[in-house]
Design a protein around this ligand. Sequence first.
Ligand code: PMP
Length: 438
Amino acid sequence: APDRARSSNLYRRGQRVFPAGVSRATIEKDPLPIYLERGEGAYVVDVDGNRLLDLNNNFTTLIHGHGFGPVVEAIGDVLRQGTCFANPMEHEIALAELLVSRIPAVEHVRFVNSGTEAVMYALKAARAFTGRSSIVRFEGAYHGAYDWAEAGQNGVGESGVSGRRLPKLGYTGAPKAIADSVIVVDFNDASGLDAAIAPVAADIAAILVDPMPSRAGLLHPSADFIAALSATARKHGILIIADEVLNLRQGFAGASARYGLEPDLVVAGKIIGGGFPIGAVGGRADIMAVFGADDKAPLVSQGGTFSANPVSMIAGRIAMEALTPGAFDRLEELGDRVRSGLAQVISKRGVPFSVSGAASLFRVHPKKDLPANYRAAQMSAQEASTMRALSRHFLAHGILLPFGAAACLSTPMTTAEMDRIVAVFDDFLAQGEPSDGD
Ligand code: PMP
C-alpha cells in the first residue's frame, strides 16, 4: 500500500485547529485526507511522494490541470504590480468581453469571488427584477451555500400546510420561512413541472437550474424537460437562471447552449478564474440593470472586496482563451473514450454499474440502469460502500476519483490516461466487490 505517514501526521495537526480536522466539508477522508505538495499538469504529488492522476481538479475548476504555463507566466508580472485595487482595470473588461462574446444569454456581467456568491446575486437580481421572492429548484442539485440555494440540495422532507413536500434546509436552525419560498421539483420531470409551479407562480422569481447537476446524478436533461421548463417560465413571467458554475466546461458557449436552454441569467465560476477564486453572474442587460444603471440607483447592491481582482481576471482570460473550440472538441473526444470504455467493461462483465456525464465529465453509478433523477441516484448503504471501495481502489492505483460527484478531465490528459482509468476500473470489477473493511 502507498505510504501515507506524512498525510497522517498533518491530519493529526489539522485535527487540533479545524472542526473535523479539515478546512472544507468537501475534503475526502477515506480513511484520511491526502495532503498534497504540488500539482503537475494532469497529476498531483502528495506529501508522501505519491503521484496521482487528478480527476477532481479542485472540483472541476482546473480544466488545464495544474501549473498551466500561460497562466503562470502572466500571473508573475501581476504579482509584482499589485494584486487588488479599489479602482477598475482593463483586465476585468477583457474577461467580461470574452464571456459576452461566447455565452449567448450574457449581455452584461458582474464578477464576484465564488459560485456561491454568484448564485446568491443571481437570485437577488431575479427577485429585484420581478418583485417576487420564491424560487424553484431541482431536487438534489448543488448550488453553493446561500440559504435559498442550498434548501433542497439534500432532498425534501416533511409536508407543509399546502401539502407540498418542503425542502430540507441547509442547516439545523435555518429559518423555516426559507422552506416556504423554495419549490423543489424533480429534474427531468417534464410533465410534473407546470403543475408544481402554477398554483404559486405569482410569487416565483426564478427557476434555478443546472443543466446537468452533478450531485443529482450528472444526468442529461431531456429535450422535453428543457422545453417544458422554458414554456412554464415564459407563461408565468418567471426568469430562468442557469447555474453553469460546473457545466460551463461542457463547450465553447457553455451548457445551456448545448442543451437548447435559453436562460435569462447565467451563473459561472470555476474554469473562468484560471485556477483563482471567481464567480460571475451575467445575462440580459435589462435584468442586469438591477445592479445599477447610469440614471438609477441599484436595486441590488453588489460589491465585494476582491471582486474582479486582476489576478483572477487575467488568469481567467488566459485560461479561457486557451479553450478554443478545438480544445473543447479534444476534451469531448477524451470524455467519449473514457465513458464508452467504462461502459464496455461494465457490459463485458455484466455488472450492475452505469456511467453518466458529457464532454469532459463522467460519473460512475453503482446501478444497473442510469438513475432518472436525484432520488433514483441515491445509493443504498451497500452501494455507497461499493463506491467507496472503488475510490480506494483507484487511489491505490494512483488515481484520485471523486466519490459521489463528477470526475473531470483536463487538457493535459491524453488517451493513455483514459485507457488507464478504464483498465483500473476493469481490474476493480475483476477482483469482485471488496468488502467495506478492505
Ligand atoms: N453551483 C454549482 C453547480 C457548483 O458546482 C458549485 C461548486 N461546486 C457552486 C455553485 C458553488 O461554487 P463555489 O464553491 O465557488 O462557491
